[in-house]
Write a protein that binds this ligand. Structure first.
Ligand code: CA
Length: 221
């Protein structure tokens, strides 16, 4: 699950981004409306957390442009405590939910889960043999035991499971993991995959290497 966080308050943005990454979300953080607009034009996200008070192009403008492009990705806006009109306006122009600052992290995560559940009910759980990934709670189980995964391992596994039976290239995986401020190499992808294998193979879940192409979770009957 890949989130775009738009927040110009550096301290708040960094704090929220690190906390969300710890909860296994891939997070891109951007501090301007125009930056957000460019990314939303170019990249595929599952959800946007959008501060409305931004220098230059504000959050409303980003939202308006997004909806004008018929992009229906869930958007959660962040507003200041005394901005009742801003919240109403945000909802009117297409926000799905709002949160008032200061943001309580547990509430933010609960709202994210609720939005994902409400808007993507069929994507809630992925299963592959003894392996189960819950995309709402961000938890994983292997043969009914909780499975610890890092955010990157989680993202790779989620991507492969959503494409069961199809070959996935390293470049595709790289794109899924892309945090804009930190570049990852194709070699790193190999490292993450081998760590995943170490966690999964004893229980019969095999990530196959398709030489020259990428990886595959073979379709299960
Ligand atoms: Ca702001």
């Amino acid at each position: 699950m890949r989130l775009l966080l738009v927040e110009d308050d550096e301290m708040l943005g960094d704090a929220l981004a690190s906390a969300l990454r710890l909860s296994n979300y891939a997070v891109d953080l951007v501090d301007s409306g125009s930056g957000a607009d460019q990314l939303l034009n170019r990249e595929a996200y599952d959800l946007v957390i959008l501060d409305v008070g931004l220098p230059g192009m504000d959050g409303f403008e980003v939202l308006r442009k997004l909806r004008k492009r018929e992009n229906h990705i869930p958007v959660l806006i962040l507003t200041a405590r005394d901005e009742l009109e801003a919240r109403v306006h945000g909802l009117d122009i297409g926000a799905d939910d709002y949160l008032v600052k200061p943001v309580a992290l547990i509430e933010l995560e609960a709202r994210i889960r609720a939005l994902i559940r409400r808007l993507q009910p069929r994507r809630a759980q992925l299963a592959y043999g003894p392996l189960v990934l819950d995309q709402v709670s961000r938890r994983a189980w292997l043969t009914e035991r909780p499975l610890e995964l890092t955010a990157r391992e989680w993202a790779i596994l989620e991507y492969l499971m959503m494409r069961e039976g199809r070959i996935v290239s390293k470049e595709q995986l790289l794109e899924t993991l892309c945090d804009l401020d930190r570049s990852i190499s194709l070699n790193a992808i190999e490292v993450y995959v081998s760590r995943l294998r170490a966690k999964l193979e004893a229980d019969g879940v095999k990530i196959q290497t398709v030489r020259g192409f990428g990886y595959l979770l073979e379709e299960r009957a």
